[in-house]
Design a protein around this ligand. Structure first.
Ligand code: HEM
Length: 502
């Protein structure tokens, strides 16, 4: 009797395994078929062939440069990469339509949230609908408050005074022309500041010894590998690797585990030791949210949003300044006028606001080198864009700030030149239409940290430009970018730093 029961159970188990296996295979087969039908991997058009065979790399250093070329040539400013199921646009009317007029038809969508879901969970960067609305409202209130702005300003000023300036002075004092990787310095700077601002935690990445921070490394690996998921033509590949816990997916899992351990530790510490008097974002959110997992997700989104973007913007700014000494002189003259010639201390909030030329130079630099080079949404229902492009439900629609900054139709025949003056009218900074310049996105999901980022960038730029001369130690050429969510230069930005003598 016992034998019969065990035989019956084994039989049942075998049948269950068989059905489960067949079901999984059938499911995978149909998903693959659907995917293939949607993205047309057989497409023979020159764009798809150029993409599949990588022939673009014979003429262009970066994929974004090739897309720019295609978009400049397209009469509508829109192109299709059928094999990726992706419609790419540099047409401001289309951008306004997808980010504002018909915003609800262009959410981030499931494909995006699945790719970043393991790292970002339900954080603002990774959600749509009600959850996004709730976090957006809460975060806008916090980021708009005077107290958090002055806290952010204090965090940035202290990092400049106590870490950035001592580090650069010590390098300059060696007088041996050793090159310092400015990109690495800015990445360390922005990680320290965004961690202090978001978590109230100081990873100390920019201490004089340039230590390796476990959190920074884990966060780097996690964001890089998450971004690499998006580059698989077949998403099934990374999903299977994740299921089997092998290769890059195994590394990603380990990196996310470490980020979680450290962030949970910070939250636990705050719960035990009190947070009501703390000024960081996490402490503020803890007042209204009890779910620690949700809190972790919210704050991790801020880390991602505010870290590499600022470092990327600063790196390209200093790369451009090295080729444009006249812009450096203009910034010095303006700051001498606003801060008085001899003033040694860092600029105040009000002084920064009065530096229109500096503001123009930073905007101009991000026009040519936007930290977020492109950004995608997923079309929810069949639609027609203002330029007449038909978009089928489920299509990925990408607006491309990098290409848009290089469009003659938007910026005129001198669009490839670095000219801060194009942002000034009688010496006063005049912002451009955000749908022509969607560097901070635009419309309903416009970047929440824009003002904060600009204050941070102006403070860093001024402190360095007023005190040091910098020479980029490699011949000027188009930078090559590493793949990732944010523009990062391959090989960094090696510079020789000298104390100013003039
Ligand atoms: C130069 C620096 C920065 C640039 C160029 C930039 C650009 C952007 C872009 C393009 C987006 C849209 C991303 C998307 O929806 O896929 C975005 C969103 C966002 N940014 Fe920034 N950002 C910068 C700095 C910051 C900083 C310092 C913070 C935080 C303190 C921040 C917080 C956010 C948040 C919370 C969102 C999500 C908004 C939403 O989904 O409603 N950003 N940013």
């Amino acid at each position: 009797m016992v034998f019969e029961a065990s035989f019956f159970l084994q039989n049942l188990e075998a049948k269950f395994c068989f059905f489960f296996f067949s079901f999984t295979l059938t499911f995978l087969f149909f998903s693959l078929l659907l995917f293939i039908l949607r993205v047309k991997p057989w497409c023979n058009c020159h764009v798809c062939q150029g993409f599949l065979k990588s022939t673009w790399s014979l003429e262009y250093r970066n994929l974004c440069d090739w897309y720019t070329h295609l978009l400049r040539k397209s009469p509508t400013g829109t192109v299709h990469v059928h094999v990726l199921g992706n419609t790419i646009t540099a047409n401001p009317q289309n951008v306004e339509y997808m980010l504002k007029t018909n915003f609800h038809n262009y959410p981030k969508g499931k494909p995006f949230s699945v790719i970043l879901g393991d790292l970002l969970g339900k954080g603002i960067f990774n959600v749509d609908g009600k959850s996004w609305k709730f976090q957006r409202k809460m975060a806008s209130l916090e980021l708009g408050s005077v107290s958090i702005r002055s806290y952010a300003f204090d965090v940035v000023s202290s990092e400049i005074r106590n870490r950035l300036m001592p580090l650069l002075s010590s390098v300059a004092a060696k007088k041996d022309n050793t090159a310092l990787d400015l990109q690495d310095v800015f990445r360390r700077f922005s990680f320290d500041t965004i961690c202090k601002f978001s978590f109230g935690l100081d990873p100390g990445c920019l201490k004089l010894s340039l230590p390796i921070s476990e959190l920074a490394v884990a966060f780097d690996v996690a964001s890089r590998l998450s971004a690499e998921r998006a580059m698989n033509v077949l998403p099934l590949i990374w999903k299977v690797k994740r299921l089997l816990n092998i290769g890059s997916e195994k590394k990603l899992k380990e990196a996310i585990r470490l980020v979680n351990v450290l962030s949970n530790e910070v939250i636990r510490h705050k719960r035990e030791n009190g947070f009501s008097t703390h000024k960081d974002l996490l402490s503020r959110f803890m007042g209204s949210i009890d779910d620690d997992l949700y809190l972790r997700d919210i704050v991790i989104s801020f880390l991602l949003a505010g870290r590499d973007t600022v470092a990327s913007a600063m790196t390209s700014f200093f790369m451009l300044l090295a080729e444009h000494p006249e812009v450096v002189s203009n910034i010095r003259q303006e700051s001498d006028r606003v801060m008085r010639l001899t003033e040694k201390s860092l600029p105040s909030f009000d002084q920064l606001r009065d530096m229109h030329y500096l503001n123009a130079a930073l905007h101009e630099s991000m026009r040519l080198y936007p930290p977020v080079q492109f950004d995608s949404k997923f079309c929810q229902e069949d639609d027609v864009l203002p330029d007449g492009t038909f978009v089928r439900k489920g299509t990925r629609v990408t607006y491309h700030p990098y290409a848009m900054g290089r469009m003659e139709k938007i910026w005129g025949p001198d669009c490839l030149e670095f000219k801060p003056e194009r942002w000034l009218e009688n010496g006063v900074f005049r912002p451009k239409c955000p749908f022509k310049y969607p560097v901070f996105q635009a419309g309903l999901r416009v970047c929440l940290g824009k003002e904060l980022a600009l204050v941070e960038m102006k403070s860093v730029a001024l402190s360095l430009i007023r005190r040091f001369d910098m020479e980029v130690s490699r011949p000027s050429q188009t930078p090559q970018f590493a793949p990732g969510l944010t523009a990062t230069m391959r090989g960094g930005l090696p510079v020789v730093v000298r104390e100013r003598t003039d």
